[in-house]
Structure formats: C-alpha cells, structure tokens
Design a protein around this ligand. Sequence first.
Ligand SMILES: [Cu+2]
Length: 452
Amino acid sequence: MNKQISRRSFLKLAGGVAIVAAGASLAPQGLRKVLRPEGVVQAAYPDPNLYFAGTDGWIHLPPSPPISPYFPDNLAPGSADGYPEGLNTYIFGFRNITGLTDVQKSYQKMRAQHNAPLFWADQYNGSNEFRVQLTNLGLQMRPDLTDSHTLHWHGFRNVIPYFDGEPTGSVSVPVGRDFTYVFRPRDPGTYMYHCHVEDVEHVHMGMTGLVFVRPIQNGNTGLYPSGKYAYNDGDGSTGYDREFAMFLSEVWAEAHWADSHIQLPEWSDYHADFGLINGRAYPDTIAPNGSIDPFNPVRDADGYLIAPPGYPHLQYQPLSALVRCNAGDRVLLRFANLGYMDPAMTLAGIKMRIVGRDGTPLRGRDGTDTSYWTSTVAAHVGASYEAIFTAPPFQGPGIPDPEIGANYNAYPLYNRNYHMANNLEPNGFGGQRTEVRVYQAGVLPVQTVPNT
Ligand SMILES: [Cu+2]
C-alpha cells in the first residue's frame, strides 16, 4: 500500500515481462523503456481514479431451503465476530477502498462485497486515461491459498496485454501488494470486469462486477434532452433518463462451502443453487441500496460498508436491482451475465428495445438500425445487452411506497426459467427476480447515480 513499494514492484514486474514477452532480440530496448528513473515514472503517473481491494467475505442468501451440509455455511461469522447476523455464504470479492487510510484498508480483509463495485469511465478522448489500483489483502479464511488477483475488463477491445489482467500472459497482484491498471476505453458500452486468476473459481466466488464506458456524445442535449446515451448514436436513439445495472450471476452452494472448508469442489458437478441479480436473491433484490456511488463512497469509521437501513444482513451486498422510474421516462437496463446458465430475463407488460450488445451498437455496416423489440433478454454467458424501454403511463391507484411518498405500478422483471427465480421450492434455484416501479411523471428527481 506504500506508493514507493508499489512503484518499485511495478518496475520489477514490468522488466520481467518485457524480457519474457519480447524475446532476446527486443529485450534491451524493452528494458531501457521500462527501467526509467523512478522520479520520471512517478511524475508521469497521476493518482488512480479508484482503489479496489481483493479479499474474501460473507454474504446473505435466502436461508430456506437448507442444502446440507453446504448451506447455510456453519463457519459464517455473526455478531460476536463484529459481523451482522444472517450471513451464510462464503465469497471472494472486491471492495472499493478509495479514500481509506492504510489502517482502514487493512480492516477490509474478509469484508468483500458481492457483486464487485459498479463503476464507470468516460470514453477515451485522447487524454483521459482511467486508472484503478488493485490491492490484494489476502484471504482470511484461506491463509493456505496465496492466490494473486487481477482486474480484467471482459470484452474490452484495444487493451494493452500488460493491463489486461490475464495472468498467464501478464502480471497479477500477489498478496500484500498492489498494482495500478491503466485503461483507455475506446468503445462505449456495458462491460463486465473480473479477476482472471483461477477464473472459474474466483469469478464464481464473486470477483466480478460491471463497468460502463460512457460515450463522448454524452452531454449533447440536442439529440435527447437528458444528454445521456448508451452509444454515440448520432440521432438520440440510445438516449435515456435512468439507467440500471442488472448483473446476473449464480451461487453453487457446495463450491462456496468447499472454499471456506479447505475442500476442492468438482467443477464439472456444477449446478446453480441460487440465481442472483446484482449479488442479491429475491426479495433482497428490491431492498434499498447501500453506498454504491464508486466516486463518493460512504463507509463507517473502520472503513466498513454501511448496511441499507433495515437490512443489516445486506451489508456486503449494497447494489439494489429495484428499478424506479417516472411514467414516460426512457429507462436503460444494462444486462450482463457472468453465471454459467442462460437466464431469460422477462419484463412482463413492457416491451424493451435491445440497442446494443457486447459493447457494440446494433447497427449494420451501412448504419441500418438492427435494434429489436422484445419482452425477454436471453442473456448468454459472458455477454452484455443494453435494453431501453419507455415507462408506460401511470394507472392509479397503484401501491403505496412509503420511501418515496407516492404510489406506483409494479411490473415484474424475472428469469423466465422459473426455477431460477423461485427459491421457495425444495429444488428451486431462486433469486433472479426484481421489479420495475412506475410512478406518476415528476415524482422522482433526475437520476445522478445508476440504480438509484
Ligand atoms: Cu482473484
């Protein structure tokens, strides 16, 4: 966590990689380029935009039905250990430690969140590089696992292998060290990021989340009044008023239990016990947010996450999947799936228009509009989708929302593979369900942070 050590480890690792990657003939030049005096390198490097930590932790999933002996996990901490009651599932994950002191950072070991913090970057305009420093705090429950971590932007084009986070072709971050990733995000869209070390395990255990790249067209209010767009569409067709991350993943209880109990799961036995949206299982998906603005994080005096009011068990699952909008709003749902199943996310009663997929606007080479209308997003593994709908008129009287002080109409958004949305059946996978709440026009203020 010390900047001097960090810079030195950066240079050492960089030198090693240059030799291995470039081969003997190019090595001297590679070394000359990399091994510049430290002062020069430091002067050229601005502070990271975000600081993340990789570590382990615990989350809450619906405790019924139990899956003996794997779930609930008998090693889960409780109030006697300084954790909330109700935690039952072991995870690996990331935390946003931006702004914390080194002591506070060290407290975040075994305080990972699920899924990983949502964040976004502006499209590269020639000077606005985006930097994320990753610190590896180690795994509290598994001191025997000296696993490194990385930050890999999945599906991200034009990446420099050095900052790609794919550990066999580049560097990874060992326990107790840090590394700053530098990105020039050239293509707007919705992307996943994840740790790429032992990735079947680390991704499934929770080291994954969403990153949006915002288009250069943003701020142009001439094409759409809000000035917010999914892509550089040139015509306002991807303009929106509100946006919501919909990160789809799963939990196989046996694998999570195995990692906390120093066992090895047989990954070919994989089956999802829970389907999650934004790291939560229904009905927690519609519970309020914790602190989710990555650039203005709110933590307590120890640097711990603060639970959403009334939901202490969701302290480490801060991102709500509840969609609130005014009648007439254009709403952008950013779906991405890093589970191993194929959810079919259905919005009952409202048609969505799919305007982009995998960081690519749905346009033909000659600009032909290839977007399409659907009520179901078949979210394939490793793929992302931008879906825009216009909120229908409010039809009273609706359901009272004491949090907002107004009534709403509810439209369920759920996985049509119903066993993935149902956690009440003995063999239900549960959880991939949330809802869209439509209020009268003017009830909700302008959205400043996604998922609020
Ligand atoms: Cu990892």
